[in-house]
Each structure stands twice: as C-alpha cells, then as structure tokens.
Design a protein around this ligand. Structure first.
Ligand code: SAM
Ligand code: SF4
Ligand code: SF4
Length: 416
C-alpha cells in the first residue's frame, strides 16, 4: 500500500528550466553567487513535453506550482503557451509562479497577468529588500527593470505576492518594503527567514568572475533568524567550504545524473560512510512528517498527494529532493539519496522514458514511505527526509516569521 495514489494527485510542482538571469549566492546553480556550477547542463521543459506528460492528469490537478530549485520559470521559452494550455483544460486550477522578476520586457508581464487574471492565478515575486539592497542577494536583477515588470503585471489586476528573504542587510527595511508593496498593489507581503545563513553563519558572496564582493548574514532580530537544521555543508567556514566545493566539482567525478555517476554514489556504503556522530543520532531520532502527502503547504486535503518534476524530466516527491538530487556536496544525506535513485534507476523516474502513471504504479514512491519508519539512517531511513521534514528543520522555520500569519498559517500551527 502507498499513499502516493495516482488518482489522488492534486498538485504538481514543475521546474520549467534550470536557467536563470540572476546569481543568488545560496542558489545551487552558482558557487556562492559566482561562477555557474560547471556540471550544470541547461535543460528545459517544452510545451510539447508538457502536453505529452500531463495531458492525462491536467483536468484533475487543483494546483500547479512553477518555481523549481535551479532556475527561474519566467525565463523559460514556453511558459506562456503552457499557462494557456492549463487554463484551456481546467480554468479554475491554481497557478503559482515564483520569479525574481528581473527578466523580459513589460509586454511579457502584461500577457502573463492577463492569463492569470482569476482567483487562482498569482505571481510571487522574490524581492529581498529595496533599491539599495535587493541586488545584494538577487545579484544581476536590475531594480528599475524589476519594478517596471511588477507594475506591468499588477496593472492587469492579477494577484501578486511579495516574498522577502530576510538578511542582516535588509531586515531594517521590512516595514518600508511592506508599505511599498501595498502602494504597488501586492496582495500579500511575506517575510521569510532565509536559509543557508541559519543561526549566525556569514557567507561570502562572489561575482561571475569568482571574486568575493561582500558578505551576507542572517538578520540580527531573533524573529529574523532561521534556527532550523539545513542540509550539511562540508567545511568549518566560508573559505574552507568554497575550497572543498570547487575541488569536488573539479575532480569531475560528480554525477550528472544519467551521464556519469560518481563512483562514491554507486559504491555508497551506509555502514561506513562518514557522518558526524551527533548528527547521526539526531537524524535517527527525527520523525518524518512528509509535506507532499495530505499537507496544506501544497493545498492538499486528506489522502491527496503532490509531486515534483525537474527540468530534466525526473519525477521525485518534492522540490527539496528535486533540487538536492543534482547537488555536488558529498554529504551522507545527499550521497545516500543519490544512491537510492541510482539503485532504482534514473531512467525509471524519467518522463522522457515513462508515463507519470507508470512511475506512480511502480514501487518507486513506496520505497520512500517505507524508509521513514526505519529507525536508523545507516539501515535505510532516508536522511534527506529526516533533514527536510523532521523536527526543527530549516524549511519549516523559513515560514515562521511573526508577520507571516496570513498565507502560511500551517507553519505556525505545526508543533516542531
Ligand atoms: C531556486 S528559486 C526558483 C524560483 C525563482 N527563481 C525565485 O528565486 O523566486 C526557489 C525558491 O527558493 C527561494 N530561495 C532562494 N534563496 C533562498 C534562501 N537562501 N533561503 C530560502 N529560500 C531561498 C527563492 O526565493 C524561491 O522562492
Ligand atoms: S532567482 Fe531563483 S533560480 Fe535564479 S539564482 Fe536566484 S534563487 Fe536561483
Ligand atoms: S523530503 Fe521526504 S518527507 Fe519531505 S516532502 Fe520530500 S519526500 Fe516527503
């Protein structure tokens, strides 16, 4: 028995592309904001792929999320025909698009706004500050262009949300930004406790030439800090961490999924793979509360489920896994997860080779579910699920800022 039932699939999160115009320092597509991950191969879901893959389910889907983990949906070539197609097939379905908003001309934003002009349509703009601070995280997003695009989109009357990642350099602007969001016509202003600077981490930011230009840190206010546990980053400090990472990418052993699998992934031995003792014990203790089964974060009701499709066409349960499966860090949780996928066969989870129904009707999702009740990560409990959906996780803490009561009440309600 599995709870991932094909007929109960109601939300699909699609990464239309892993391409982007920006260089956010904690986004995996570039190394701390600097050079693009040399192993990244740009991939995109075309209109034809989309129709072929989702035609059998499009009428059942209540919510589409176009966000992704490695790119920006608004830079993808076919976003407009894809949205048109969904609207023609099921005009009440919720469509949410997350974007840095800095690309394209205002005509595009007006066209998008006209397509999303109904209750369930919305664009969430990721704007982390004001004119003098947004670019410190959203590198290469031009403020004037962004605001021109936002105004063009909002002029159509469609719903706009403002997501605001809080850092030390922009926490003093929260109130002013919220006021500005109202002036512009945003429906919601959503402060989020940034990840990657959990606790008091200080991260060096790099430009496209790989030179360090500035640092980012978590906010100073208690309520601005993300205190949850994130995925492990090897290295005790920023320099060591970057050095380790570049060394790892350069040794070319990293798997690119289906092209060359890292021998460390193929030969992963859960009994001997190095993991800090305290982290091991803590991950064993965590109870996994999966957020793509019957969970309000994905607009799901009891018994319903959601899934994620990467720009390469791989199907994994959630966006966190869909992002982390391509990351290069040689940690326990990532290597174990990549081995899990390798063992199942990347080919078997690809929509380029299988239908979504076939993937659902294989034993694939049950393997995830079965892993959650295993008491030890060395015996098969998926460490990545314990990190992302166990107690005290950074993904949940992200939503817990006291001003974020309206849209994400579920985050405040959860016990951990
Ligand atoms: C990789 S982005 C893809 C969508 C789009 N490019 C964007 O940035 O909005 C996915 C989500 O991660 C968020 N994000 C980026 N950096 C983050 C961080 N350090 N902490 C938490 N969320 C972050 C983005 O704001 C966005 O909501
Ligand atoms: S805008 Fe989104 S995809 Fe682009 S670099 Fe920033 S977080 Fe990554
Ligand atoms: S990380 Fe694991 S437990 Fe969490 S949503 Fe994804 S599949 Fe579910």
């Amino acid at each position: 028995m599995t709870n991932f039932i094909y007929d109960k699939l109601r939300t699909i999160h699609v990464e239309l592309t892993n391409n982007c115009n920006a260089g956010c320092p904690l986004c995996p597509r570039n190394i701390f904001g600097g050079i693009q991950d040399p192993n990244l191969i740009i991939s995109e879901i075309s209109y034809d792929n989309f129709v072929e893959w989702f035609d059998p389910v499009v009428k059942n889907i209540r919510m589409w999320i176009f966000c992704g983990g490695w790119g920006d949906p608004c830079i993808s070539k076919d976003i407009i025909p894809i949205i048109k197609y969904i609207r023609e097939q099921n005009n009440g379905a919720i469509i949410n698009i997350n974007t840095n908003g800095g690309m394209r001309q205002k005509e595009f934003w007006i066209e998008l706004g006209n397509l999303l002009n109904y209750e369930g349509g919305r664009v969430t703009f990721s704007i982390d500050g004001l004119e003098d601070t947004n670019h410190l995280y959203r590198q290469y997003v031009n403020w004037n262009k962004l605001i021109e695009n936002v105004k063009a989109y909002i002029s159509t009357g469609s719903n706009a949300y403002w997501d605001y990642l809080i850092f030390k350099h922009n926490e003093h602007q929260l109130e002013e930004a919220e006021k500005f969001s109202k002036q512009l016509g945003f429906k919601y202003f959503i402060p989020k406790r940034a990840m990657g600077v959990e606790g008091n981490k200080k991260i060096g930011v790099h430009n496209r030439q790989g030179k360090r230009t500035h640092y980012i840190e978590s906010g100073l206010q208690e309520d601005s800090k993300n205190m949850g546990e994130g995925i492990e980053v090897k290295g005790n400090n920023d320099e060591e961490c970057i050095e380790n990472f570049i060394k790892h990418l350069k040794n070319k052993k990293r798997d690119k999924i289906e092209e060359k699998i890292d021998p460390a992934v193929i030969n992963f031995n859960p009994n001997t793979f190095e993991i800090d003792k305290e982290r091991h014990t803590s991950l064993n203790k965590k109870t996994v509360q999966c957020r793509v089964l019957s969970h309000p974060q994905h607009g799901l009701q009891e018994g319903e489920n959601s899934t994620y499709i990467s720009s390469k066409g791989h199907v994994v349960p959630c966006c966190w896994m869909g992002t982390e499966m391509y990351m290069g860090m040689p940690t326990f949780e990532l290597t174990q997860f990549k081995h899990f996928l390798y063992d199942h066969g990347h080919h078997n989870i690809s929509l380029h080779h299988n239908t979504l129904k076939d993937i659902y009707e294989s034993n694939y999702f049950k393997k995830y579910e079965d892993s959650w009740s295993i008491p030890d990560i060395r015996k098969g409990k998926l460490a990545i699920c314990a990190v992302n959906c166990g107690e005290n996780n950074a993904l949940l803490d992200l939503w817990k800022h006291n001003k974020n009561r309206v849209t994400y009440k579920w985050a405040q309600d959860e016990k951990n």
